[in-house]
Design a protein around this ligand. Structure first.
Ligand code: PMP
Length: 402
């Protein structure tokens, strides 16, 4: 039996995608021109699907910090922090970042994916129950599987449904961890945090919020949804990534629990993988300092997000959610139309993400845009114009409401 035979349907689906609109899952950026522009298929293209929310990837000070760390600490760490020890840079980032987050403790991971894997599996074990929002990111689901905890899914953003399921599970014993996201990565909507905290008061679970898409974006300090809602003290654990607003690579978990530091010895995705490279750590630290010092980036991102959101609304496009967010998802009627529209947009000069089932909530087909503070008004207007043109050409006629 050929183990790869099961990939035949994937191969067929991929071939169909290439025929209908192009290789939407194999795009190559031949050259990066700026945080918002790249050369793709030899054409200068506006990037509207990078999660580069702060547009910080080409910041001169961040690049210099990465180069200095490369020269001083070398290209890699060549091992895990448990086996090989930490570099001073890891410690410096954790200390400074904990202060930025207003948390007692912070643990840095090699990626955001590993941060969720580590935190879920470190916090919960086989006697515990993890309550997940149905639309949770795959890293949260995978972390749950790794933990061996009982998994209970509640309806997306539905605190009453969580309440019902917690009541049902009262006799289960063990600890209870509820996991939410600040901004949901596909639709751009936010968790109604205050409603969930009411349920927390009633049932007494521990709460973790993944601020991957909201860190740097929301709140007076840029710490995310809980910061914006003034509810950080009600959130026990925060997880996030350095791959979006921070423009580097890495992840973090943070909290105030007196045993938090001992999670380092209970998280396989922290213990059994090499720690982040000196350049990544130094770049992340420089970027976080920058985000703290330059709140105007957040303001510009909010303005750009509103410009794209309202521009799309004016075209009559049906969007992922009704609130302005740097994640602006356009709902499309079916897979072939989504692919052909994606291909037409790329040829016209704008790159967006394609999101298809099973990777989307409710089997939706989406063209997902992410806005950057570095987009100029002209770039945002061009994205809107190109979506309008592609819909008008018939690639996505049924996409528009009107
Ligand atoms: N959590 C969420 C909500 C995400 O969207 C992502 C990545 N898209 C991650 C975690 C993982 O982060 P990273 O890509 O940095 O590993």
């Amino acid at each position: 039996m050929d183990l790869l035979a099961k990939l035949a349907t994937t191969a067929e689906r991929h071939a169909r995608m290439k025929f209908l609109g192009g290789d939407a899952v194999g795009v190559v950026n031949e050259k990066l021109i700026s945080p918002t522009r790249a050369l793709i298929d030899g054409r200068e293209t506006i990037l509207a699907g990078t999660n580069n929310y702060m547009g910080i990837t080409f910041d001169a000070e961040c690049i210099a910090a990465g180069q200095k760390a490369l020269a001083e600490f070398g290209t890699g760490t060549t091992g895990s922090r448990i086996a090989n020890g930490s570099f001073a840079l890891h410690k410096q980032l954790e200390t400074e970042f904990a202060t930025f987050l207003d948390r007692k403790h912070c643990i840095v991971f090699t990626t955001g994916y590993q941060a969720n894997l580590g935190m879920m599996s470190g916090l919960a074990g086989s006697r515990d129950t993890i309550y997940l929002d149905a639309d949770s990111h795959s890293s949260i689901y995978d972390g749950c599987t790794l933990s061996g905890a009982k998994l209970v899914r509640f309806r997306h953003n539905d605190a009453a449904d969580l309440d019902k399921r917690l009541t049902r599970g009262e006799e289960d014993g063990g600890g209870k961890l509820v996991v939410l996201e600040g901004i949901y990565s596909m639709m751009g909507d936010r968790a109604p945090l205050a409603d969930f905290i009411e349920v927390k008061k009633k049932h007494g679970f521990q709460l973790l919020v993944d601020e991957a898409h909201s860190f740097g974006v929301l709140g007076p300090h840029g710490r995310g949804l809980a910061d914006e809602a003034g509810l950080e003290k009600e959130v026990d654990f925060v997880v996030g990534t350095f791959s979006k607003s921070v423009g580097a690579i890495g992840g973090f978990g943070a909290g105030d629990h007196p045993y938090f530091e001992y999670l380092r010895y209970a998280m396989r995705p922290y213990m059994f993988t090499a720690s982040s490279s000196p350049a990544s750590i130094a770049t992340s630290l420089a970027a976080i300092r920058k985000l703290a010092a330059e709140p105007q980036r957040r303001k510009k991102l909010a303005e750009n997000s509103a410009r794209l959101f309202h521009g799309f609304k004016d075209l009559g496009l049906e969007l992922g959610c009704d609130v302005v967010s740097p994640v602006v998802a356009v709902r499309c009627p079916d897979e072939p139309l989504t692919i052909s529209m994606w291909g037409a947009l790329l040829k016209a000069g704008v790159y967006v993400n394609i999101a298809l089932p099973p990777g989307t909530p409710n089997k939706l087909c989406l063209l997902r845009c992410s806005v950057s503070a570095a987009h100029s008004d002209a770039e945002i207007d061009r994205i809107i114009e190109l979506f309008g043109a592609v819909v008008a050409q018939g690639h996505g006629k049924k996409v528009a409401n009107g």
